[in-house]
Design a protein around this ligand. Structure first.
Ligand code: ADP
Ligand code: MG
Length: 438
C-alpha cells in the first residue's frame, strides 16, 4: 500500500477547477453571474467554437480596483461573504471565490477592469499556464472584460470529454436565454463565431423579453401564474400543454432569481402537468420560487446547478399543486370543450386499425372485458384497452359500442359499456383525430 501524502497545491487546484468548470458553459455561467453581482445592466458575451477557443464576457458593472485584481484571481477570494453564516442569507450569485482562480488555472486568461473614477483608464492582468503577468493599463469604459482562450489547455483529458462545438454552443445559448428571461433590466448580447445570435435590450416586462428571445406564437401559448403559499412565492409563466417539446430545454427555473436545473422542481412541474401532456413531452415553463434564503442551501452542487430545500416534500407539493390548479382554470380548457363536442369522437371513422388513444378503464365488476372482448374484435374502430391496475392489454374495444355518459373536469370523456366505466383522454383523442384526418 503506497503511503498517504498531501497532494501538491497545483494538483489540488486542478481537481477543484474540474468540479467548477465542467464545460465551456460553466465558464460563461460563472462570468455572467459575476457581471450580475457587479450590478451590470449590459452583458455582452462573445463565443468562438462553442467556447473551446474563446469566451469573452464584457459588462458595465462596478469594476475591480487595480490593487484587487491579483486578489480576485486567488482561490477563495471573494467580496461577497465574510462568514459561513452568510451562506444562508445570500443575495449574490457567487460566494465561493473560486470561479476566477479555477478558470485562470485551466486557460489563457485575461481580466481587464475600469472603475467609475478611473475610466477610460483601466487595468489588466493576464494569466498563462498559472503564471501571471504584471498589471497593465488599458483604455476602456467602466466595467470588466474577461477573456478565456483555449479552455482546458492545461487539462487535456477534459478536452476529450467535450462534445462537438455545436453542442457546447447549444448549452451556452440556453444559459443566456435563461439568464435573459429572468434579468429583464439587463441588455443581453450573444455572439457566436462573429455572428450575433441573441440581442435583447432592457425589457419592460417578461412578455417583451419573450418576444425578443422567442416569437409571438410562443408568447401566446404562455399563461401567467402568481401564487403565495406558506412563505413560498411562485411567479412565472406556464405553457399550454399543446406547446410542448421532446426535451426539457424550455423549462426555465429559478430559486430567488438564481437559475437552477433542479430535478426536484422539474419533477414537481411534470407532476402538475400529469394527464394533460403527451408522454415524453415537456412543457414550456418559466418559474421563479421566492423563498427565505435560510430555507434553501445553494451550496450543494459544484456548479450551483441544484439547490437543497429544507423541506423538499413541501416544495414539491406546492409547485405541482400551483401548476395543476393553474392548468385547471386555464382559458383554453373551456375553449377546447366548446370546440370539440364529446360526441365528435363517436362520429369519426379513422382508417387505422389501432388508434393509440390513451384509454383507461376502471372495471366496475370483476374482469368485465373477459366476456365481451371477443365480440368487439370485428369493429373497425378499435383500440387497445389497458387495465389501469395491471397495465396490461386485456382486449380490444370498439368506440361504437360505448355509451357516452359525461365529461370529467373537461378532460376525460366518461363512457360506459356493459360492466365497465371507460375514460377517454379527450385532449389526446382530439389530437389523434387530427392526425388521422391528415
Ligand atoms: P465569487 O463570485 O464567488 O466571489 P469569483 O472567483 O467569481 O468569486 O470572483 C472573485 C471576486 O472578483 C468577486 O467576489 C468580485 O469581487 C470580483 N469580480 C469578479 N468578476 C467581476 C466583475 N465582472 N465585476 C466586478 N467584480 C468582479
Ligand atoms: Mg463568481
Amino acid at each position: 500500500m503506497p503511503e498517504i501524502r498531501i497532494l501538491p497545491e497545483e494538483v489540488i487546484h486542478k481537481i477543484a477547477a474540474g468540479e467548477v468548470v465542467e464545460r465551456p458553459v460553466s465558464v460563461v455561467k460563472e462570468l455572467v453571474e459575476n457581471s450580475l453581482d457587479a450590478g451590470a445592466t449590459s452583458i455582452h458575451v462573445e463565443i468562438e467554437q462553442g467556447g473551446t477557443r474563446s469566451i469573452i464576457v464584457t459588462d458595465n458593472g462596478v469594476g475591480i480596483p487595480p490593487q484587487q485584481l491579483t486578489l480576485a484571481l486567488k482561490r477563495h477570494a471573494t467580496s461577497k461573504i465574510n462568514s459561513a453564516d452568510d451562506l444562508f442569507s445570500l443575495r449574490t450569485m457567487g460566494f465561493r471565490g473560486e470561479a476566477l482562480s479555477s478558470i485562470a488555472g485551466i486557460s489563457h486568461f485575461k481580466i481587464e477592469s475600469a472603475m467609475e473614477g478611473s475610466a477610460p483608464l483601466g487595468y489588466s492582468l493576464e494569466v498563462r499556464e498559472g503564471k501571471s503577468s504584471g498589471l497593465g493599463e488599458v483604455a476602456m469604459s467602466r466595467g470588466t472584460r474577461i477573456t478565456v482562450n483555449n479552455l482546458f489547455c492545461t487539462t487535456p483529458a477534459r478536452l476529450k470529454f467535450l462534445k462537438r462545438p455545436e453542442t457546447e454552443w447549444g448549452h451556452i445559448y440556453d444559459l443566456l436565454s435563461a439568464m435573459a428571461l429572468y434579468h429583464l433590466h439587463v441588455e443581453w448580447t450573444l455572439v457566436h463565431n462573429g455572428k450575433r445570435s441573441l440581442f435583447s435590450p432592457p425589457a419592460k416586462d417578461r412578455g417583451a423579453r419573450i418576444l425578443d428571445l422567442f416569437d409571438a406564437d410562443t408568447e401566446k401559448m404562455l399563461y401567467s401564474v402568481e401564487r403565495e403559499i406558506s412563505g413560498f412565492k411562485l411567479k412565472g409563466l406556464i405553457g399550454h400543454p399543446n406547446f410542448s417539446n421532446k426535451t426539457n430545454r424550455n423549462i426555465f427555473l429559478y430559486v430567488n432569481g438564481r437559475w437552477v436545473q433542479d430535478r426536484l422542481i422539474q419533477h414537481a412541474i411534470m407532476t402538475g402537468y400529469r394527464g394533460v401532456l403527451m408522454t415524453q413531452q415537456y412543457p414550456m415553463v418559466i418559474l421563479n420560487i421566492e423563498i427565505d434564503p435560510a430555507l434553501v442551501d445553494v451550496n450543494v452542487h459544484p456548479t450551483k446547478r441544484e439547490v437543497r430545500f429544507s423541506n423538499t416534500n413541501m416544495v414539491h407539493q406546492i409547485v405541482s399543486q400551483v401548476i395543476r390548479e393553474r392548468l385547471d382554470q386555464a382559458p383554453w380548457r373551456e375553449k377546447e370543450a366548446r370546440d370539440v363536442s364529446p360526441l365528435d369522437f363517436f362520429q369519426q371513422t379513422p382508417n387505422t386499425q389501432n388508434p393509440a388513444f390513451p384509454i383507461f378503464s376502471i372495471p366496475t365488476s370483476h374482469d368485465p372485458f373477459k366476456d365481451f372482448a371477443p365480440s368487439l374484435q370485428k369493429n373497425v374502430f378499435e383500440s387497445n384497452v389497458i387495465d389501469s391496475d395491471k397495465n396490461s392489454k386485456i382486449g380490444t374495444l370498439a368506440f361504437s359500442s360505448l355509451r357516452l355518459i359525461g365529461q370529467l373536469h373537461l378532460t376525460y370523456l366518461l363512457c360506459e359499456n356493459d360492466g365497465a366505466l371507460i375514460l377517454v383522454d379527450q385532449h389526446a383523442a382530439h389530437e389523434r383525430i387530427g392526425f388521422e384526418k391528415l
